[in-house]
Write a protein that binds this ligand. Structure first.
Ligand SMILES: Nc1ncnc2c1ncn2[C@@H]1O[C@H](COP(=O)(O)OP(=O)(O)OP(=O)(O)O)[C@@H](O)[C@H]1O
Length: 363
């Protein structure tokens, strides 16, 4: 098969990438759909390959589940969320990520697992359990997808030190059918060869596919495109809050979005109807409102079951707090009906993009 430029001109799909995606899709046993763990060092192309694989899988399966563990560079949600998404449409342009409503989502509230690897892994394991229960086990899935949905797991590029240990824990828990390892020319930065997370003799249940990053120079050195991660995160957050307005409304600049958000009537949430919690630190009670005002919060619904994590239904900007009236003013694209179930506001380290604040969103 010849190497191809994909439908989007900037994305280059080398022969070994397309062979890997085709092999995973075609050789999978239809009664046991593939679960594919995509890993490798930073900027090696994990997200780009995962998007390509999703599209190839969607030619055979009507739906594919996507477990997004790259909390700082999320694919279908704003950053800081960990989610399981069911995708049923091919993404024609692999360069443009798009927002989708997750099937299950948790507010992690940070852009890396560094600060709290345990909480991070708890969310990932719970999302995977949800996938197994709802989209994989024959007794629970709907008749159209009686064999269950394939799963693509995109992972962060933190593959050394604690990042490596986190990856190993994820691999052991998920026990994927396929691991796609993307390698770059600087070998020291790559993950170890083979099924590095398994003991010898235990490797026959997994297919490990090693592929190279897509672009190399004439000396065969990887050409890695450095992303402006912070800018990409800000764009994600802005695209998310753009959804507060109808698509036909003319908002094409950051300034227009900032003004539209400032003028947008917020939801009123009674302070007494919600609990507030910072997911990564203890906030003194007297400081709760100061700490909360003009921040991004996760809008969550407590499960009622003590050891179950609260489900996040979306993000909101706390636009103002009136302690006399006992009201919080929140801007969010989450529909009112869903918002009515929200009983928990989760705060983390996801901040309002400074470019929105610079145009006097909160004068
Ligand atoms: N096959 C490709 N063709 C063209 N550009 C690519 C390709 N693979 C990766 N890139 C570019 O390289 C950059 C990094 O790619 P990508 O986001 O897929 O890497 P990643 O491994 O997921 O990164 P991270 O470790 O930050 O999550 C992006 O700008 C992407 O567009």
């Amino acid at each position: 098969m010849a190497e191809t430029e994909n439908s989007s001109p900037e994305i280059f799909v080398p022969e070994e990438w397309s062979n890997a995606a085709e092999a995973i899709t075609n050789n999978s046993n239809s009664s046991n759909p593939p679960s594919v763990f995509v890993c490798g060092p930073k900027n090696s192309g994990k997200t780009t390959f995962s998007r390509h694989l999703l599209n190839v899988l969607l030619r055979r399966y009507s739906k594919v589940a996507y477990l997004d563990t790259d909390v700082g560079q999320t694919e279908f949600t704003p950053p800081g969320l960990l989610s399981l998404i069911v995708v049923d449409k091919v993404t024609p342009d692999l360069t443009i990520p798009c927002l989708k409503t997750p099937d299950r989502c948790f507010f992690f509230g940070d852009i890396s697992s560094k600060r709290n690897p345990t909480a991070y892994l708890t969310c990932i394991f719970s999302l995977y359990d949800h996938y197994r229960k709802q989209h994989c086990m024959k007794s629970t899935i709907d008749s159209h997808d009686s064999a269950g949905l394939p799963l693509v797991i995109n992972t962060p590029g933190w593959v050394k030190g604690i990042g490596y240990e986190i990856l190993v824990d994820m691999l052991k828990y998920i026990s994927p059918t396929h691991v796609v390892k993307i390698c770059i020319s600087s070998e020291i930065k790559n993950l170890p060869a083979g099924a590095f997370w398994l003991d010898e003799g235990n490797t026959n249940r997994v297919t490990v596919i090693e592929i190279n990053s897509a672009r190399r120079d004439h000396l065969k050195r990887s050409l890695l495109v450095q992303k402006d991660s912070r800018l990409l995160r800000d764009l994600r957050v802005m695209a998310y809050f753009r959804q507060c307005f109808p698509s036909e409304m003319n908002i094409s600049t950051i300034k227009e979005l900032a003004h539209a958000l400032a003028a947008h009537p917020p939801y009123e949430i009674s302070i007494s109807s919600v609990k507030m919690k910072h997911v990564h630190c203890e906030v003194p009670k007297t400081e709760t409102f100061y700490c909360l005002n003009a921040t991004i919060v996760g809008l969550a619904v407590s499960s009622g079951v003590s050891d179950e994590l609260p489900h996040c239904v979306g993000l909101g900007i706390v636009r103002g707090i009136d302690t006399f009236k006992g009201l919080l003013y929140v801007i969010t694209p989450v529909p009112q009906q869903t918002l009515e179930n929200v009983d928990l506001l989760l705060q983390g380290f996801i901040s309002i993009p400074t470019c929105l604040l610079q145009v006097h969103l909160f004068p």
